[in-house]
Design a protein. Sequence first.
Lengths: 656, 150
Amino acid sequence: MIVELGHFALILAFAVSLFQMSVPMIGAAYGWRGWMAAARPAATAQFALTALSFAALTYAFVTSDFSVHLVTANSHTLKPMLYKITGVWGNHEGSLLLWVLILTLFGASCAWFGAGLPPRLRARVLAVQSAVAAAFFAFILFTSNPFLRATLVPFDGQDLNPLLQDPGLAFHPPFLYLGYVGLSMAFSFAVAALIEGRVDAAWGRWVRPWTLAAWMFLTVGIGLGSWWAYYELGWGGFWFWDPVENASFMPWLISAALLHSAIVVEKREALKSWTVLLAILAFGFSLIGTFIVRSGVLTSVHAFANDPERGVFILLILAVFMGGALVLYAFRAGALEAKGVFGMVSREAGLVFNNLILAVSCFVVFIGTIWPLIAEMFFDRTLSVGPPFFDATFTPFVVALAVALPFGALLPWKRAKLARVAVALIPAGCLGLATFVLVYAVFSGQSALGPLMLGLAVWLVAGSATDLWQRTGRGPVAGRFVRLSRLPGADWGKAIAHAGVGITIFGVAALVTFETEDIRVAMPGVPYQVGPWEVELLEVGQVEGPNYISTMAHVRLSRDGDLVAILDPERRIYPVAGMPTTEAAIANGFTRDLYVVIGDPQIGGGWALRVWIKPFANWIWGGTIIMALGGLLSLSDRRYRVAAGAAKPRQGVPAE
Amino acid sequence: MTRLVLILLLVWVAPVWAVQPDEVLDDPVLEDRAREISAGLRCPVCRNESIDESNAEIARDLRLLVRERLVAGDSDAAVIAHIVERYGEFVLLNPPARGSTWILFLSIPALALAGATLAVAFLRQRARAAEPAAALSTEEKARLDELMRK
């Protein structure tokens, strides 16, 4: 019964979305206030209905209602409660329902908090947002209905993919979706602005917080996914350039570009048409990401829905929205003239450079991801594009961005003297250079890339500190410290996010360059050395979990005779899902992780044991958290709320 | 319970985990070369995994083959060529720069260059453009006057 209610609510939400995509749009075109105003309650109703539908599906999972086909396929009575709930989105149908839930949530929050928006713009934004929702409601109802009942009700379910039964992955999809779908707001604003034929500082100020929020969620989502891969897949890799990872990385890069270019729109009323294009592309890449994940067109670890019909449907959605938006853009972009004037050396120019690098690096990821498809379709070659390609082609852009970032961050608006900025950055530059030289000299025989990246990371962090310090003006040091604490949230957010980039680069460079690996047959009770650490396999035993059976080892790690940690790496077998997993055991540390994996028992006795020393591994995810934190600080800047709310609604040029 | 575990362990053929202790070569220089080569070769039956990371049986066979060839004195390029000959260019994670793949490799600097040219042209134009006079509508002017009078 509850399941049917959920199904019914979903159909109703679809109907509401059809209403909301048409009525306010027509109202906005003719200036009918009542029709425009209809968008706000409709957005709320749409969200409420979708939430009800999602709650019904969650209920089915929690109560293990195996008459619902989806629950049978993805759940089991013995599964822990946490994973019964996260199992709702651990599959194709449920994850799409989460997708529209978030989409309607964003639409509704625009209706709730958009009181300061001009009514016409708000009506159009909500209508476009609803059009996207309508397409996805149709997709769910016609190709991927989560509420289908089974004719024969089985005794128990088939369990969730054990790899997904993990806290890191449980919350990875919701964050990623919040990011993907958050970019739909930027898209809706862009399309509405194109219809309106007007982009101004107020528009930039409205788009920026949504983009910033979406980017923050993407950052956290990607970080969680990478962290999960690190401890779950069993060899401590953190990024594989897998199509699905790339699918989330592309919108991240574009949204990073977008939130920088929106600053130029807001502060200087320039780069308007470029910003609108970025807003369209950012959501386009989100849709491409959804297409890649959901269609399984590019074989990948994550493609758990290999269904061409669904792929074609998403491709259709992608074609309609991207095609429509880009055609609209082609016709209307000319109307968006730039106002601001600035010199070749200025903050604006720095942000243009930032956008150039981010956009081209996004293209690198894009072309590399789809190249196997193109090669097969047009050139009849089956080939692979993997990590060596991406490492080689992406790294130069990281280097260019890292070198330029502190300069760009310090340049003043309009016209700047590069020499003045360079003088301010001398200490940061010296620190970076010293790091490079020192690391290169101490670890001679390494390639120069690792030390170079470490140097750049230090340069980035020191550059961000310089940025903050410069903001405090001149005068006695004590006064500057006082002013430092009073700087607006946006200044702190900017510096912290930039420093986060540096910290992540530091972690990646240190891990890739200085990782130590040891693979051997370990005899219980016989200690051996790995670097400065002493490793001893104590014993191996069998342990029974709620829905798995585990082979668990106890490994003692010590240094100079002092116990550092006793780790319990496991190999699990999930009998219902019929799948083995590796559970690495990690001793986390500030400067290094000790990573232990237990392998097979050996014929002559003993066990295969792999031990890694991973320097600064945690800095990779620490950096992403700091980046997101910077975004949050920036978002909390009260200037957003005050100015956005106070923005005078002004009439735009109506679309013919 | 113990018996069940034993049965399960027997029934599930234990997966082979990435590089095994018995595969590792005694000569560390050769082993390093083997690891580097393995990281660039794709496991033919896996999804986006190199043979160095893969748990598949065929990946192990390939790892052993790489080491065999290295011990026999082949150069890195010869080892890779040997495997490509058997499995096709599909196994190369870095696609070989020949034929249509040049489009892939050249598109990146081409786009970067085009983008840079456009960006510089845009910046030039912005730098030269005169700041437009603040054009006020009559309505805005009236409002301004009103404000100034206060």
